[in-house]
Write a protein that binds this ligand. Sequence first.
Ligand code: ZN
Length: 227
Amino acid sequence: MPRPRAVVLTSGGLDSSTCLALARRDGFEIYALSFDYGQRHKLELDAASRQAKLAGAKKHVVARIDLRAFGGSALTDDIAVPKAEASAPVAPGIPVTYVPARNTIFLSYALAWAEVLGASDIFIGVNAVDYSGYPDCRPEFIKAFEHLANRATKAGVEGQMKLNVHTPLIELSKADIVKLGASLGVDFAATWSCYDPLPSGKPCGQCDSCRLRAKGFKEAGVTDPLS
Ligand code: ZN
């Protein structure tokens, strides 16, 4: 029996690396998809390549798209990434690091590749518990996208496949994700989370992403090899 194929969105962060490990554990043949979208730095793409390799991905594609053409986010424009004391909680509301429609765009690419591959499964490591309030990380968005996917594709309309968008981390805390990743053997040293690394190439420790990561490791009682 050939293994079913799955497209796994891979950013090199904790969440998508844990998703890769889950897809592997569940017996999927992995097609890892990352984006060079005009983000502030390429360290996350290096981490994405390492994680795709570690998960035994059959193929890893880095799609080039230019979200800098529009800007509008601290990750794709000349807008400073907000920083706070390492111990400060992440502020409520949707922060300026939100990239307009990013997950809709990423999932659309994943859908296109899945249709070409004949894959009916897409994994995305979104999380709606310890997150930055991004609207495109919430369950209602994922459900709506899945609905769209099954009406947008030849494979969906002709009934050859029902596309499933897997979000195995959506209701987990960051600490639970760290514990799950550790149990699946994720190499945390080869992940990357920081939005705005220091000139030395180390994580800043002060952006939302660094602080959420630190909180997760601390609460899980696991040492972060990057800290
Ligand atoms: Zn940071």
